[in-house]
Write a protein that binds this ligand. Structure first.
Ligand code: BES
Ligand code: ZN
Ligand code: ZN
Length: 515
C-alpha cells in the first residue's frame, strides 16, 4: 500500500491506495520549530532539540545548513519538508550568537530576545503554510519561546472574510524530557503573559464603533469573571458626578456614548496587604474635541484607550498566574468628541481634589481624565501607583517605538521597571519630572492649572508635570506609551498593528515588586 497527500477544500487528506479502493483519511499537518545558534562565518551549533532531530535525520540538518550558510541569520528561518513521517515541516530558526546575556548598553537580556525573535520567524512561516499543530523548541528558555510564539501568532482579523483570516495553530513546547515540570510551567507562564498582551492588542485594534466604553467594560467582565479572586465594578456618569470628577466629566460631554469608570480588583495576597494601583487612560476615540485633530491617521485614535487596555491585560495575566499581590485597576473610559455640548477652549473645570483647570486645548484630554482617576486611586492608600497613557505625540518624537517613557518620583519604581523591561524586551526609559515643567502648566490666566503649556517644547514632560499635581503617593510612576502604541516592523515578534506594549513589562514588574 502506498500513501499520497492531496488537498481538498483546504483540508489535507491522506489517500491510501490499495488494489481495490481508495480511502481518504484526514491528517493534521504538524510541524516542529528547531533553534540553531549561528554567527557569520561560524559553524552552526544545535540546541538540545535540534541535536536530537539532526541525529534522527542522519546529520541532514547540518548538511542543509551548509548550503548558503551566511544567509541563515539571527531571526531568520528555513523550512524543510519531506524529511520526516511525523512532522510535515521542520522549521530551522536562527538564534544568532550562542553565549549572549545581559547587554548593558541595550539594557536588554538579549538571550531571551533572540529566542522570541527566532521562534516567531518559524511561527510566521508555518502559519502561512496552513500548519495546524506546532511543537516549539524551548531554545533554553521556554518562557521566551512561548512569548515569541503566541505573540507572533496573533493578529486581529475577525472583521475580515473567513478565508482572509490567519488560522490559529495549536502550540506546544517540544521537550526531550516529557516530565520536565519546570520547563512546562515556564512555557505556560510565557503563554499567559503573551495572552495578556494579546488582549491589550485586541482591545486597542478594535474600531471605536465596536469598542465603546460600555463594551470595554463588558469584555473586562467576561475575561476576569472565571479567574477567581477578582472583582469588577462598572461606574456610570452619576457616580462620577457624585465623586466631583469635573475633569473626567468634561472630556466625555461632547459624546453621545456614556462614559464608564471601571474599577477592577485582584486579590492575590492577604486583605491587610496594600494594593498596587494601576490607572489606564481609556479614551475609546480621541478626535481632539473642539481642538479637532487633522484627519490624517485620525483612525489610530481608536487606540487611545491603550493605557486601559494594558492595565486590563496585565491584571488579567496577574490573576491567571495567581501572583501573590493585591492590585486595583482604575480605567476612566470615554470618547473625546466635538459637538454643541463639548467642552470648549478656555472653559474651567474642577477636578476631584478641588484644583481648577483651564482647558485651553480639548485635545489634551488624557491628562484631564487621569487627573480624577489618580485622585480616586489615592483614596485606597495604595503602596504604589502606576499610570499608563497614550498621552502625547511628543513622546513619540522623542523615543519612537524604542521604549515607553517613565516619569517617576521613586527610584525604587524606576529600577524595578527598568529591570522588568530588560527581561521582557519591552523596555522603558526614564524622563524628568522637574519643577521647571510644573511652572509651565501653573501659569493659567483663570485657574490653578492650564491643561497645556505656553510653548511647544517638552510636551511629554509638561503633561507629566500636570499629572503630578494630582498625586500624593511617594511611589508613583507615569508611563507615556504613545510612542509604543503601534508596531510597524520594529518588533519582529509582533505583526503590524496595535502593540499592547508594555503589558508584559508591567506583569514582570508586579511579579518582582518589593515595597
Ligand atoms: N492621544 C493623544 C496623544 C497621541 C498622539 C497618542 C499620537 C498616540 C499617538 C493626546 O490626547 C493628544 O492629543 N495630545 C496632544 C497634546 C497637546 C494638545 C498638548 C498632542 O500630543 O499633540
Ligand atoms: Zn487628545
Ligand atoms: Zn488622547
Amino acid at each position: 500500500m502506498s500513501a499520497s497527500i492531496v488537498h481538498r477544500r483546504g483540508v489535507k487528506f491522506c489517500r491510501y491506495l490499495s488494489h481495490r479502493s481508495i480511502h481518504t483519511t484526514p491528517v493534521k499537518s504538524k510541524a516542529v520549530i528547531l533553534g540553531v545558534y549561528k554567527e557569520k562565518d561560524a559553524d552552526p551549533e544545535f540546541t538540545i532539540a535540534s541535536t536530537v532531530f539532526n541525529e534522527k535525520f542522519g546529520g541532514e540538518l547540518e548538511a542543509k545548513l551548509k548550503i548558503a550558510p551566511n544567509s541563515f541569520k539571527a531571526g531568520g528561518c528555513r523550512v524543510l519538508m519531506g524529511l520526516d513521517k511525523e512532522y510535515d515541516a521542520v522549521a530551522l530558526v536562527c538564534l544568532g550568537k550562542k553565549d549572549t546575556s545581559y547587554d548593558s548598553l541595550e539594557v536588554l537580556d538579549s538571550r531571551k530576545e533572540n529566542v522570541r525573535k527566532a521562534v516567531a520567524a518559524g511561527i510566521s512561516k508555518l502559519q502561512s503554510l496552513d500548519v495546524k499543530e506546532v511543537e516549539v523548541d524551548p531554545c533554553g528558555d521556554p518562557e521566551a519561546a512561548a512569548e515569541g510564539s503566541y505573540l507572533k501568532m496573533y493578529s486581529y482579523d475577525e472583521l475580515k472574510a473567513k478565508d482572509k483570516r490567519k488560522l490559529p495553530m495549536e502550540l506546544t513546547c517540544y521537550l526531550t524530557d516529557k516530565s520536565n515540570a519546570s520547563a512546562k510551567s515556564s512555557w505556560k507562564q510565557g503563554q499567559v503573559q503573551a495572552e495578556g498582551q494579546n488582549l491589550a492588542r485586541k482591545l486597542m485594534e478594535m474600531p471605536s464603533n465596536k469598542l465603546t466604553p460600555r463594551i470595554f467594560a463588558s469584555i473586562a467582565q467576561e475575561k476576569l469573571q472565571n479567574l477567581g479572586n477578582t472583582e469588577i465594578i462598572v461606574r456610570d456618569q452619576k457616580w462620577a458626578e457624585d465623586q466631583n470628577m469635573g475633569a473626567f466629566l468634561c472630556v466625555s460631554k461632547g459624546s453621545q456614548e456614556p462614559l464608564v469608570f471601571l474599577e477592577v480588583s485582584y486579590q492575590g495576597a492577604g486583605k491587610e496587604d496594600l494594593p498596587v494601583a494601576i490607572v489606564g487612560k481609556g479614551v475609546t476615540f480621541d478626535s481632539g474635541g473642539i481642538s479637532i485633530k487633522p484627519s490624517a491617521s485620525m483612525d489610530e485614535m481608536r487606540a487611545d484607550m491603550g493605557g486601559a487596555a494594558c492595565t486590563l491585560g496585565a491584571i488579567y495575566a496577574a490573576a491567571k498566574l495567581r501572583l501573590p499581590i493585591n492590585i486595583k485597576g482604575f480605567m476612566p473610559l470615554c470618547e473625546n468628541m466635538p459637538s454643541g455640548t463639548a467642552v470648549k477652549p478656555g472653559d474651567v473645570v474642577t477636578a476631584m481634589n478641588g484644583k481648577t483647570i483651564q482647558v485651553d486645548n480639548t485635545d489634551a484630554e488624557g491628562r484631564l481624565i487621569l487627573a480624577d482617576a489618580l485622585c480616586y486611586a489615592e483614596t485606597f492608600q495604595p503602596k504604589a501607583i502606576l499610570d499608563m497613557a497614550t498621552l502625547t505625540g511628543a513622546i513619540d518624537v522623542a523615543l519612537g517605538a524604542g521604549a515607553a517613557a517613565v516619569f517617576t518620583n521613586s527610584s525604587v519604581l524606576w529600577s524595578s521597571l527598568e529591570k522588568a523591561g530588560s527581561r521582557t524586551g519591552d523596555r522603558v526609559w526614564r524622563m524628568p519630572l522637574w519643577d521647571c515643567y510644573t511652572k509651565q502648566i501653573t501659569e493659567s490666566q483663570l485657574a490653578d492649572l492650564n491643561n497645556i503649556s505656553g510653548g511647544r517644547s517638552a510636551g511629554a514632560c509638561t503633561a507629566a508635570a500636570f499629572l503630578k499635581e494630582f498625586v500624593k503617593n511617594e511611589h508613583w510612576a507615569h508611563l507615556d506609551i504613545a510612542g509604543v502604541m503601534k508596531n510597524k516592523s520594529e518588533i519582529s515578534y509582533l505583526n503590524k498593528g496595535m502593540a499592547g506594549r508594555p503589558t508584559r513589562t508591567i506583569i514582570e514588574f508586579l511579579r518582582n515588586l518589593k515595597i
